[in-house]
Design a protein around this ligand. Structure first.
Ligand SMILES: *Cc1c(COP(=O)(O)O)cnc(C)c1O
Length: 430
């Protein structure tokens, strides 16, 4: 693609965009009567216009049916998770709906999955995680090690990029797995690192983990709805994600999990049990003995939170209309354009303004670019952007994360974002 840093080029790209109509399905926060340039879908996706009706529908059902809504409402609450599993299957690349379920929240699910898949022994007890993993994931693995009587300082192995580099090399990850060998119980990485935007090579990493007898699990919070995934084919053991980032299902929305077929078939696998994981045919007979379903749904514990599930359903209906491959095609162009515009500005200024630390290789990234700004004035640049109608994200010490999302962002917004950076160069100390 021969990009140009001009308004007419950006507008032409928007005209030709086969997904341009989807933007109309979302609400945009407003800034001085105009929609914000919202590049924060990696943190909280925008609200679909359809969400309100979906949530109100369930409130109405509760109003008019009371408890009968479990079976008699249009979308019976008893089996509400079934209305979501087909869409989720496509988003994460499961082989069947047996491998996925929507439930709980992300860190809760990560713990529940580790209770099944982190079963350390005296010899095999280590967990490999990336050094700049999301803090919640680090707290989770630390406390899991402690739960089994291990010292996190010993049990948790944090893998850092080489000195002077910002992202991990796949070869270094694979070498580390081999080095840990039979002391390694679990590889637990963010599929897309939240800080750098690096998309790890899940298939190769999973294979290497299995070769040393370890389990491979991934936190797909920044991958689900961002990059097409093939979790089943890649033989991933388990994964979890949240629905409020690229999946646009609302703050604190319900999360989801993937558990590979080979594990869901094994009903003897340990899990913390609750009535919602019981065989649906006998669930309401309240048998004394837990009868797990041979499905990921067996990991459900409580009855589903219908209102956030309804918001999730509304958002997933959009993903039913447009495939992850279509989204990915636009995403590569849109993020590629952002990279081009930023490099163009940087070059004009002698290449000393910022450094994009996200991988240049499109296969190793999704929507997000992480911009490491020069040491002075980075925060001032960020504040200038915010004051002038951009919502992005600041991470200490001086990283601005920006994520143009193919469902609702436009090329023109990327161009205008670049114009605002140029204005900040003249108007601020940046
Ligand atoms: C967003 C995110 C979280 C947040 O966890 P919650 O349990 O949903 O609050 C955790 N881990 C990663 C990698 C994330 O990106």
């Amino acid at each position: 693609m021969q990009y140009q840093n001009t308004l007419s080029f950006a507008q032409q790209m928007d005209d030709q965009d086969p997904l341009k109509a989807y933007r109309k399905q979302f609400h945009f926060p407003q800034h001085e009567g105009q929609p914000y340039i919202y590049f924060c879908g990696n943190s909280l996706g925008l609200q679909p216009k359809a969400t309100l009706d979906h949530v109100v529908e369930e409130l109405d059902a509760w109003q008019s049916l009371g408890v009968e809504g479990h079976f008699k409402s249009k979308n019976p609450w008893y089996s509400y998770h079934h209305f979501l599993e087909k869409s989720i299957l496509n988003i994460v690349g499961a082989a069947s709906t047996d491998e996925v379920v929507v439930m709980n929240a992300l860190t809760v699910n990560l713990h529940l999955l580790m209770l099944s898949f982190y079963r350390p022994t005296k010899k095999r007890y280590k967990i490999l995680i990336e050094s700049d993993a999301f803090p919640s994931d680090k707290y989770a693995v630390d406390s899991q090690a402690q739960l089994h009587g291990f010292d996190p300082k010993d049990a948790i192995v944090e893998l850092a990029p080489r000195s002077g580099e910002y992202v991990l090399r796949t070869t270094d990850i694979l070498a580390k797995i081999e080095e840990l060998g039979d002391s390694l119980a679990l590889v637990m990485l963010g599929a897309v690192n939240y800080y750098t935007g690096q998309f790890f090579e899940l298939d190769k990493i999973t294979k290497a983990a299995h070769q040393v007898g370890a389990i491979a699990g991934f936190d797909c919070a920044h991958a689900a709805g961002n990059i097409p995934l093939q979790l089943h084919d890649w033989q991933v053991d388990f994964a979890c994600w949240c629905s409020y980032k690229y999946l646009n299902s609302g703050p604190g929305g319900v999360g989801g999990v993937f558990i590979h077929q080979k594990h869901v078939e094994n009903i003897d696998l340990f899990r913390l049990a609750g009535w919602w994981g019981n065989d649906e045919k006998t669930r309401f007979q309240m048998p004394r003995q837990f009868v797990p379903q041979a499905r990921a749904a067996a990991w459900q514990m409580s009855n589903a939170p219908i209102l956030p599930m309804a918001a999730h359903k509304a958002a997933l209906a959009i993903f039913d209309q447009v495939s992850m491959d279509q989204l990915r095609a636009k995403s590569e162009l849109l993020t590629g354009y952002l990279e081009f515009v930023l490099n163009d500005i940087n070059q004009k200024q002698g290449s000393n303004l910022f450094n994009i630390i996200t991988p240049k290789d499109t296969k190793q990234r999704g929507c997000q670019l992480s911009i490491l700004t020069k040491e002075t004035g980075g925060k001032e640049l960020f504040n200038y952007l915010t004051q002038n109608g951009v919502i992005a994200d600041w991470r200490e010490p001086n990283v601005i994360r920006v994520a143009p999302v193919p469902l609702y962002n436009r090329f023109e917004e990327v161009f205008r974002f670049g114009q605002l950076i140029e204005a900040a160069i003249t108007e601020t100390s940046f």
